[in-house]
Design a protein around this ligand. Structure first.
Ligand SMILES: [Cu+2]
Length: 184
């Protein structure tokens, strides 16, 4: 009986894991901080990034230390313009659902109605906030509350042009976007 239950739970969890936990991007993948060749500090403010643009090398693993010195919740998200546009819709949904406000994450959202989340198959009742944020950001982004510092390590793929952006509603449009060149 126990074995049967185990097999069943494994069956249920596999498609979920494959679908949600390991997205792939053509511009790289999450990296390990211990393997980073350098650390880059990023300052988040209301509404700007410092520095305003970044250059990295293809294949390089970079550890980004992201410090929010503003008074609003901000994001550091690596991607392409179309991805940011898509992500802005999710952020708006999170705001609408009460999962976060303009200044922070809702730390007591265990009981929230996940039908409002727009992420099919996810059950917030079994996730803590950390899972929630990982789920939402797929490893290419961090949300940083005012006064806090977060880290993101990324192993870049081949040479390309990316954008780093904050997709909190209205922030990208207010200038929270910068060019990231991945040089050959
Ligand atoms: Cu922002």
């Amino acid at each position: 009986m126990r074995r049967h239950l185990f097999a069943l739970s494994l069956l249920c969890s596999l498609p979920f894991a494959a679908q949600a936990a390991s997205p792939s991007y053509d511009f790289g993948k999450p990296g390990e901080a211990t393997k980073a060749s350098r650390t880059v500090e990023i300052k988040l403010g209301d509404m700007f990034f410092e520095p305003e643009s970044l250059e990295v090398k293809a294949g390089e693993t970079v550890r980004f230390v992201v410090k929010n010195e503003g008074s609003l919740l901000h994001e550091f998200n690596l991607g392409r313009a179309a991805m940011h546009a898509q992500h802005q819709k999710h952020m708006q949904q999170m705001m609408d659902s009460g999962a976060m406000s303009s200044t922070g994450m809702n730390h007591s959202m265990q009981g929230m109605d996940h039908s409002k989340m727009g992420h099919a198959g996810m059950d917030p009742a079994v996730m803590n906030q950390g899972d929630m944020m990982k789920m939402h950001h797929d490893g290419n982004s961090v949300l940083v509350e005012p006064g806090k510092t977060a880290e993101l390590t990324w192993t870049f793929g081949t040479a390309t042009e990316l954008e780093f952006a904050c997709n909190m509603p209205g922030h990208y449009q207010s200038g929270m976007v910068g060019k990231m060149k991945v040089a050959p």
